[in-house]
Design a protein around this ligand. Structure first.
Ligand SMILES: [Ca+2]
Ligand SMILES: [Ca+2]
Length: 611
């Protein structure tokens, strides 16, 4: 491409993706570190010692040594791909070799003088393949043997055609997890004709095996629409509908068809919340590969109790989110406005923050957003972020909200803007608030930003106490909660001497939220009473809320003990689910709301600009 020509959005995205992939290779990073080290330390050896970076200043020299520039003495053989890439990338796009590595002294001159020099073609020919968007090819896969196995399976079906019910056996013949059956069926065109022929299926699967070399690549290929390389929300609908239709843990949902779409919407939002780390609305192979999603899909097969799969599929988690929304959405049109959302958790969240959520900083529903409303899909993001402020997505969510000017850092002004309302609210509760300066002091001590006066996303992710930080600025209830826990732990540490409380000491001192000796209760591992892995804040919240909701239902219609005692544990679990479900009024929601609701993206919206 000629220099100066603007890249088309799709192409640009591809190039960015390629660049990021290259940049994240460990060999690239080793090479860059090496280059950096050599910039910082004048090279020892040969005659270069007195003249750091002389080769840069010599801007138009012999092209023969130029491509080796980055390799240097310190980075020999083992990283050929990464050292070669800049050369290879340039050969197609620009007319001269780029001088990577040290640029400090001669950057502009290099750019000017490299016009006429063509790249030595030999350099690019020796670049080994280093980028495998569809996984690394494996020599061990015997495609013909797999195909034979599939044909043998199809031979058992009438007319060698498989219906969706047969697809479990076909998935196993393919060596796939059971719940890939839906995508396999759809990808072979089954949903149009009701069944797939052996020929069509084998042709489809052969192509997948030839082109896709790992599970992530295969799964993406099966779900995407033709010609697309990333997953959008809609792509998950047929897969999830099949899970709803056939997973034993969701059998009780079968008759409640109007509920399927709500469950599917919730799971899709949770998938994008966790997997789509780029916030682009497009899940790439690389993102899928980095996530635990496919492991969870595989677990669907082994785990009959879907509530054990708390990361994406739990019905209980869906139930909690939907009930919370239902409480706020009083007219049940599946949209809520700022007043509705403010009622969440008894007005715990500040008005300023509610306004920011509706400003479009983190929501995607462009159409409804204009009318000052957010959708159920947006609410899923909100609730998970609100109840677990320690995950990367959640920290990004609240950071976007607090970064009023969108400059990528929280300034003291932005902190004061939010804290001011907290003070007023504490006042109205007759609690003396800490002056902003003291609060700031505590927070800076807690976050320890790398640059003074600016708190970045990285600072918050690193500090492990982002929840305490955020709650201090916009959630009065949780702020007081943290404070109470902190006080209790300080009292314990000090042997109960009753010494000054931190926090609400009323401006007298600037006692720190986190002393050097006493880790905050929020960051200490919870003294859990059960074995097994520690629950996340979200999992703990969902489990507690679910118990409360079920108890509320039970109070309305008490179970007879004798009846319940006869049920197996599994049946009890299902009854517990059925009971509230059957009684919740939203079961009678009009059918028109049954469509899966997805949040909207602007076209080519790669990076959400905070407004
Ligand atoms: Ca409403
Ligand atoms: Ca800012």
């Amino acid at each position: 491409m000629p220099p100066g020509k603007v890249l088309q959005p799709v192409l640009k995205m591809k190039v960015d993706e390629l660049f990021l992939c290259w940049l994240s290779e460990s060999s690239t990073q080793a090479m860059l570190r090496d280059c950096l080290r050599r910039i910082q330390m004048p090279e020892r050896g040969a005659g270069d010692a007195e003249q750091p970076g002389p080769r840069l200043a010599a801007a138009a020299p012999d092209p023969a040594w130029r491509p080796r520039e980055c390799e240097g003495p310190g980075a020999p053989g083992p990283t050929p791909a990464s050292t070669a890439l800049p050369v290879g990338a340039a050969s197609s796009a620009r007319s001269g070799p780029p001088v990577r590595g040290p640029r400090r002294s001669g950057g502009t001159r290099v750019v000017q003088t490299r016009k006429e020099e063509p790249l030595p073609p030999a350099a690019s020919r020796s670049i080994p393949t280093f980028y495998f968007p569809r996984g690394r090819p494996q020599d061990t896969v015997n495609i013909d043997a797999v195909i034979t196995k599939i044909e043998r399976t199809f031979a058992q079906f009438p007319h060698e055609r498989a219906t969706i019910e047969d697809m479990g056996r076909v998935a196993k013949a393919c060596g796939c997890p059971l719940y890939w059956k839906g995508p396999l069926f759809c990808s072979a065109g089954g949903e149009r004709t009701g069944s797939v022929s052996v020929h069509k299926f084998v042709a489809m699967w052969r192509k997948v095996l030839q082109n896709c070399h790992d599970d992530a690549a295969k799964f993406v290929h099966l779900l995407v629409s033709p010609g697309c390389s990333y997953l959008v929300q809609e792509d998950f609908v047929p897969f999830l509908q099949d899970v709803v239709n056939t997973h034993p843990g969701l059998a009780f949902l079968k008759e409640a068809a109007e509920f399927h779409s709500r469950y599917i919407t919730t799971v899709i939002q949770r998938i994008f919340y966790t997997v789509n780390r780029s916030w682009s609305g497009r899940i790439t192979c690389a993102e899928l590969r980095r996530s635990t999603f496919l492991q969870n899909v595989a677990l669907l097969e082994e785990e009959a109790d879907i509530n054990q799969l708390t990361e994406f599929f739990s019905y209980e988690h869906f139930y909690v989110i939907y009930c919370k929304f239902w409480e706020l959405d009083t007219d049940h049109d599946l949209l809520i406005d700022a007043q509705d959302l403010a009622r969440h958790n008894d007005h715990a969240i500040s008005t300023k923050m509610i306004d920011r959520i509706f400003s479009g900083a983190v929501t995607r529903g462009k159409k409804v957003q204009k009318e000052g409303k957010i959708s159920y899909a947006d609410f899923v993001w909100f609730l998970i972020s609100e109840e677990d402020k320690k995950t990367p997505t959640s920290i990004e969510y609240w950071f976007r909200c607090m970064d009023l000017d969108g400059d990528g850092a929280l300034s003291m002004f932005e902190l004061e803007y939010f804290y001011e309302e907290q003070c007023r609210r504490l006042d109205s509760m007759a609690i003396e608030a800490l002056p902003f300066e003291d609060c700031l002091c505590q927070m800076l001590d807690l976050v320890k930003p790398q640059t003074e006066g600016r708190i970045t996303l990285q600072d918050l992710k690193r500090c492990k106490l982002a929840n305490v930080f955020f709650d201090t600025f916009f959630n009065i209830e949780k702020y007081l909660d943290h404070e109470q826990k902190e006080q209790a732990s300080l009292l314990r540490v000090r042997g109960g001497d009753g010494g000054g409380r931190w926090g609400m000491c009323g401006g007298g001192g600037t006692e720190r939220l986190l002393g050097d000796t006493a880790p905050c209760s929020a960051c200490r591992p919870q003294e859990s009473d059960s074995e097994g892995p520690e629950l996340s804040d979200w999992e703990r919240f969902a489990a507690e809320e679910y118990d409360i909701l079920v108890a509320e239902e039970a109070a309305g219609d008490p179970w007879e003990d004798g009846y319940e005692a006869e049920l197996s544990p599994m049946e009890q679990k299902l009854s517990a689910l059925r009971s509230p479900l059957a009684q919740r009024p939203f079961l009678e929601a009009p059918g028109s709301l049954g469509a899966v609701e997805l949040y909207e993206y602007e076209c080519g919206d790669d990076d959400l600009p905070p407004s």
